[in-house]
Design a protein around this ligand. Structure first.
Ligand SMILES: O=C(O)c1ccc(O)c(O)c1
Ligand SMILES: [Mg+2]
Length: 920
């Protein structure tokens, strides 16, 4: 019986005079012992538990470990674990004592005073508490003689001893001053044991306290413990109550994290240690909050989180591709371009209390062509205290570049780089809105959006816990339970948190198992959800304004009818407007989405009816993800009937960014808004990087996966160059690889002075390519033996092959002095695409000069002296433009990916004036 045990005297519940030491077990962290100690010290821990495996694998001697810990201000609070010791027959006991003596030697050498003995799981041990107590007594006796202590821990899966109550009975029965308990929250709470019973243990007999949270999982407890523990606050255990019980015993030892977690074990230990510290500080705060006022402790030293008043603004980093798309969409959602920042290229868009900032500043890190949430601003009753709290929770405070008369906003950086601003709206001097000059634009009628309801971020699994902990602890949010759903591209884990008054809501998502290369084209989507009082009216009005509302399939509405049976008129209105619907015991939720904007961002409009506090039914996110994927494929593939709307198809030629491998080129093309890529499969010059797609199956596989995931298609492969010594039959594997990639065209050059031979070989190449569905497109660099349009025309006429074509490259066309009039006369079916670029006006006088320009120094259309419009106008309308613009110095400065984005932006500007970007 535990109840007649020691009852703590009133005095023993008093707070310890000094705050407890915060410690972390090395097993929580990734790397070697050296890495772990450095990370623990940097995060501000005062102690560590040394896990045996970390010591064994360390190159440091035990004495060196002692020095290194001391140097970093780390006390070694525990050495662990010592396994399978107690309640064994005499021969095993002898061996165990010998083993224990060696470990006690080690404790002395590293300067640890407490060794953890976990309850035995061995087949050797017997169900005999008296024997266990006797043998533990002997161990404690030997430890005590050396000034050391033994902390006995009941593993939840111990063979006979698996509860703290039984471990305490044994320890009490052993009755040795050097023997006490190690309490581990996981072993107690995973079994559903009542932690209140801990209160009967005298504080002096609790030698060590280990803290771990965990998600509720129905699985084998060993697996659960060794793979899924979490830092406090991230799982579903009530750790504040647990710690409250332990502190009530008078325990004054360290609060030590012991978290076995597969993700933390592979993550940067410096980040994981900061997470651990943040979680302990937040845990201490919840323990304090729970304690009765008379016993209130002030351990964490955190100022309470000031009350939040809602989302003030969400700032999006955009560029000149994504910015106009966002601006157009915000207009269609009824937002007004209400203000322009006085000193920065930042626009304020507003409707009701919903505000979006579009930041065009180039120093914002934004992948080409994308839009991304770069800052989140929340209203705080006390911004300075909010920032102070954040800083004490180890958030980096951001420096602000501001003009003398601009608002001094307090802001900190979230682990994913998002800036978090704390501000007070209104007319005070600290009001951020005064940094914006009002524009003349009048807000559109309607005003259906009232405020920002929530923002939703996607994080890699490595950052997910960290980001969740950051927002919750810094903003003082309460976590909703974690949910998991089967999405089209695999498992998605999702966590939401909100402040007590439901003013600020943040949802975080991750794909915990994502690996390999098959993944959605948008790996980390983000969205901002705006609130409305009437979703049906809002959707109707926004669609009338041209908002790109995401189309939801009919199957969804048939299922909705079956499940929730909304009134027929409502169902029809939902279906008509692509609005999703959910209902629970608190109320109803109507919501609809926009299409993906600027690669990874979209908006949502939500209507909450009654007390609905969720984010839609579990099935709604997969429907939305499938719809976004569907929309992307439609946009890419069904171009023909919507070309007017979508504009011309562009292809990214490999030479524009030859430093990118084929999968990277595909990714760059997708992000920048190309439809196609052209891939270089052969090495054309000895210096260039070579990507042997035709002979490297792994490279072929990853390239095909990226193509499938992004929807990008291969327009052409190059280069089939047939000189005097080359045989077309040697190109069969190259042609097959092109066909496997789904290419349509093969770029060919004929540097052979023997005209009859080169035409024969050209014809033969056409015949080899034809069964593979490929055309052979003859390019005529002016320095080769097929140097101009006239010669290329002659080759095509004589060879007379149905799948032969001519590739006009504007540079070669201009440099060869070919004639636009001639071009206009040729059969349209010869021209399948064009290589588009510009070049300086003067023509180099030597072949070396010509080649140098062609390979390294071309210009964007409109920047040079080539009659780009004149030549393109002589080609059949509607053919894809492949941008082949190698530009060595620029690529060296900005990288291949950014260069690819700049190229398409410049080409669209010059060639598609109707789609020219609006002035920012
Ligand atoms: O999983 C284990 O074996 C193990 C070892 C030592 C501990 O302190 C613990 O909680 C678990
Ligand atoms: Mg433990």
């Amino acid at each position: 019986m535990l109840t007649d045990e020691h009852v703590p005297a009133p005095g023993s519940t008093a707070p310890p005079p000094v705050p407890p030491r915060l410690a972390i077990a090395t097993v929580c962290l990734s790397g070697t012992l050296e890495d772990k100690l450095a990370a623990a010290a940097a995060a501000g821990f005062g102690g560590v538990e040394i896990f045996e495996n970390d010591l064994i694998a360390s190159a440091w001697s035990p004495e060196r470990v002692r020095q290194e810990c001391a140097r970093r201000g780390l006390s070694i609070d525990l050495y662990q674990p010592f396994r399978d010791y107690e309640a064994v027959p005499p021969d095993v006991y002898e061996a165990n004592l010998r083993r224990a003596e060696r470990k006690l030697d080690l404790l002395e050498r590293i300067g640890a005073t407490t060794m953890l003995v976990c309850s035995s799981v061995s087949p050797d041990c017997v169900d005999d508490d008296d024997l266990a107590a006797e043998q533990l007594h002997e161990l404690a006796e030997r430890a005590g003689r050396r000034g050391l202590r033994i902390a006995y821990e009941a593993l939840a899966w111990g063979r006979f001893v698996n509860t703290y109550a039984r471990a305490w009975r044994i320890v009490r029965h052993a009755g040795h001053p050097a023997l006490g308990l190690c309490l581990d929250s996981f072993h107690v709470l995973s079994r559903g044991d009542d932690p209140a019973g801990i209160r009967v243990v005298p504080g002096a007999k609790v030698f060590h306290l280990q803290l771990a949270d965990a998600p509720r999982l129905k699985m084998d407890v060993v697996e659960w413990s060794r793979h899924h523990r979490l830092f406090p606050g991230l799982g579903s255990f009530d750790l504040a109550a647990f710690v409250g019980h332990v502190l009530a015993t008078g325990y004054a030892g360290p609060l030590s994290l012991e978290v076995f977690n597969d993700v933390y074990r592979q993550a940067d230990p410096r980040n994981a240690a900061i997470d651990g510290m943040r979680s302990l500080l937040a845990l201490q705060e919840s323990v304090e909050r729970r304690a009765p006022a008379r016993a209130r402790l002030h351990l964490a030293g955190l100022p309470p989180a000031p009350r939040l008043g809602g989302h003030v603004f969400t700032e999006l980093a955009v560029d000149h591709v994504s910015g106009p798309v966002l601006a157009r969409t915000l207009s269609a959602l009824g937002f007004a371009y209400a203000g322009q920042h006085r000193s920065k290229p930042v626009q304020l868009w507003q409707q009701g209390d919903a505000r979006v900032l579009l930041n065009f500043a180039p120093q914002r890190t934004v992948a080409p062509g994308t839009a991304a949430i770069c800052a989140v601003a929340v209203e705080s009753t006390d911004p300075a205290t909010s920032a102070d709290r954040a800083q004490r929770l180890l958030a980096p405070v951001l420096p602000r570049v501001r003009q003398p008369d601009e608002a001094d906003l307090s802001s900190v950086a979230a682990p994913d780089g998002t800036a978090v601003f704390f501000c007070r709206t209104g007319s005070g001097t600290d009001s951020w809105s005064q940094d914006f000059a009002p524009t003349q634009s009048t807000p559109p009628a309607g005003g259906l959006v009232t405020r920002t309801d929530h923002i939703s971020l996607t994080e890699s699994v490595d950052d997910f816990d960290q980001v969740a902990l950051f927002y919750r602890s810094v903003l003082g949010l309460r976590a909703d339970p974690t949910t998991e759903l089967a999405a089209p591209f695999g498992l998605i884990r999702s966590r939401s948190a909100t402040d007590p008054a439901h003013q600020v809501r943040i949802t975080l998502n991750t794909a915990p198992l994502r690996r390999g290369v098959w993944a959605p084209a948008i790996p980390n989507p983000q969205h901002v959800a705006f609130a409305t009082d009437d979703a049906i009216a809002a959707a109707t009005a926004m669609r009338a304004l041209g908002a790109p509302v995401l189309k939801i399939p009919d199957n969804y509405y048939d299922d909705l009818d079956a499940r929730l049976a909304p009134p027929p008129a409502t169902l029809a209105a939902l279906r008509e407007n692509s609005i999703l619907y959910d209902r629970d015991e608190h109320g109803e939720y109507l919501h609809f989405y926009t299409e993906m904007l600027g690669s990874r961002l979209f908006f949502e409009v939500v209507q909450r009816i009654g007390g609905y506090a969720g984010f839609g039914a579990a099935g709604s996110a997969p429907v939305r993800m499938a719809a976004h994927r569907q929309r992307r494929l439609v946009a890419l593939r069904d171009g023909s009937d919507r070309r007017e709307e979508r504009g011309r198809d562009y292809s990214l030629a490999h030479l524009t960014a030859l430093s990118l491998s084929p999968p990277e080129l595909v990714e760059a093309a997708a992000e920048a808004g190309y439809r196609y890529v052209g891939l270089r499969l052969t090495r054309v010059t000895p210096q260039e990087p070579h990507y042997p797609l035709a002979t490297d199956p792994a490279l072929m596989r990853t390239t095909k996966v990226r193509l499938a995931a992004t929807g990008i298609e291969v327009l052409d492969v190059e280069l089939a160059r047939i000189g005097p010594h080359e045989d077309p039959r040697d190109l069969v594997r190259f042609l097959e690889a092109g066909a496997e990639l789904g290419a349509r065209h093969v770029i060919t050059q004929l540097p052979d002075p023997d005209r009859a031979r080169k035409i024969d070989r050209f014809a033969e190449l056409c015949q080899l390519a034809r069964p593979l569905g490929l055309t052979i497109d003859l390019e005529f660099p002016s320095w080769t033996e097929t140097p101009d349009l006239t010669e290329a025309t002659r080759v095509l006429r004589v060879a007379d092959q149905p799948n032969a074509g001519i590739l006009v490259d504007l540079l070669h066309f201009a440099r060869s002095g070919s004639s636009v009039t001639d071009l206009r006369e040729l059969p349209a079916e010869w021209f399948h695409f064009a290589h588009v670029c510009d070049a300086p006006a003067g023509v180099p006088s030597t072949p070396e000069g010509l080649i140098h320009t062609a390979r390294f120094e071309r210009l964007f259309p409109g920047e040079g002296g080539i009659d780009v419009h004149g030549i393109l106008a002589a080609l059949p309308p509607g053919i894809p433009y492949a941008l082949e613009i190698p530009r060595a110095t620029l690529v060296a400065q900005v990288g291949g990916k950014e260069h690819a984005r700049m190229a398409i932006a410049a080409a669209r500007d010059h060639l598609d004036p109707a789609r020219r970007r609006p002035a920012a």
